[in-house]
Ligand binder design. Structure first.
Ligand code: BYC
Length: 312
């Protein structure tokens, strides 16, 4: 009897996935699906929270009140994205404390891109243009992901990401209309961020262990290489309009494919950064650990207050 029940549930799950509908937290799901969603959404949440650091570093040194207001709003949006995504993960029975411990201990990952330093204010523009641009390419399809709370969080996140991308592009365009020194700063920044931005999409399809199963379950709807290509095709004309050169001599239009050909990212560097050895990995995690420890009294006070209210 038990086996039949389970078969019925699994069939129902498969049918929901096949008709591209949503799986909700109350629905039965295979344990491996639950684990995969937790892994991806938690990593995504961690990326938003760790991703506040490279840009947050420049809030106090913004060149004008206007730039400061824009940057503050953007970094606050990222905190919000992290919170929606942690909430989506919590619906699967894992606590916020556990997730943060997993990040700090290195058991869960966050996007490789945030392990690169921001060396000048120009990097705020480049992150907006390239990093948020890559994030949009990856995240718009996630609005239709099979896990309901994740997909719904993504709808709001994507609206905010498109503002982030545009503010970055506008910042760079302003600098490109400035002095030679400013134009050089933009080019130098783009040179540093181009390849790491391409790596955000994950390893090539033939060395991506999770893609096939995640696509079969509708968690991912496109492969890593498909999305990387889409990003390149979208970004080359924007680079032309901006007047910067993307640092890849193999970047040429392929008439037959109807896409740009591109060079190969340094995958050894990617795996090294993912493995904890990028330029800023230690600094990023240390900063997060300190913030988590410093905030312990706030969490304890909030819990004590909630308990007191409940008893009253
Ligand atoms: N960095 O089998 P694969 C933002 C890992 S934040 C680090 O292809 P999957 C923003 C991967 O986890 C936006 N690790 O994996 C915030 C796996 O290891 P595990 C962040 C990476 O999951 C602030 C292994 O490599 N976006 O926009 O099928 C300021 C094999 O990979 C990376 C998201 O999180 C990487 N780049 O596909 C500004 C999007 N790539 O877990 C902006 C949601 C791969 O087996 N996530 N790995 O130990 C996804 O779409 C997918 O998880 C990925 C990877 C495409 C990233």
């Amino acid at each position: 009897m038990k086996v039949e029940d389970d078969l019925g549930l699994e069939e129902r799950f498969e049918r929901i996935v096949a008709r591209r509908d949503r799986i909700e937290p109350r629905d039965w799901m295979p344990e491996a699906y639950r684990k995969t969603v937790i892994r991806q959404v938690a990593q995504h949440a961690h990326s938003e929270i760790i991703g506040m650091q490279p840009e947050g570093n420049w809030i106090g040194r913004a060149p004008s009140l206007r730039r400061k207001a824009i940057l503050l709003a953007k970094v606050q949006d990222e905190a919000g994205h992290g919170l929606y995504l942690y909430s989506a993960t919590e619906t699967l029975g894992v606590s916020r404390d556990e997730l943060t411990e997993n990040l700090i201990s290195g058991r869960q990952k966050y996007s490789s891109i945030f392990n690169y330093p921001t060396l000048s204010y120009t990097d705020v523009g480049t992150i907006g243009w390239l990093v948020d641009g890559a994030a949009i390419c990856n995240q718009v399809p996630l609005c239709r992901t099979s896990f309901g709370p994740y997909g719904r969080a993504m709808i709001r996140i994507c609206k905010e990401e498109s503002f982030h991308q545009r503010q970055g592009y506008e910042l760079l365009m302003t600098m490109m209309r400035g002095t030679d020194a400013q134009r050089e700063m933009v080019q130098e920044s783009v040179n540093r961020f181009w390849w790491p931005a391409l790596m955000m999409f994950g390893p090539p399809d033939d060395s991506s262990p999770n893609t096939a199963q995640s696509m079969a379950w509708g968690i991912k709807t496109h492969t890593n290489d498909e999305l990387r290509q889409k990003f390149v095709d979208m970004t080359v004309p924007q680079a032309d309009a901006l007047g910067v050169t993307l640092p890849d001599p193999d970047l040429v239009w392929n008439e037959e494919r109807g896409h740009y050909d591109l060079g190969t990212p340094d995958w050894d560097e990617f795996w090294s950064v993912v493995g904890g050895n990028g330029p800023c990995n230690t600094q990023r995690i240390e900063h997060r650990r300190r913030a988590w420890e410093d905030g312990a009294w706030v969490r304890e006070a909030a819990m004590a207050y909630a308990e007191k209210e409940q008893t009253a």
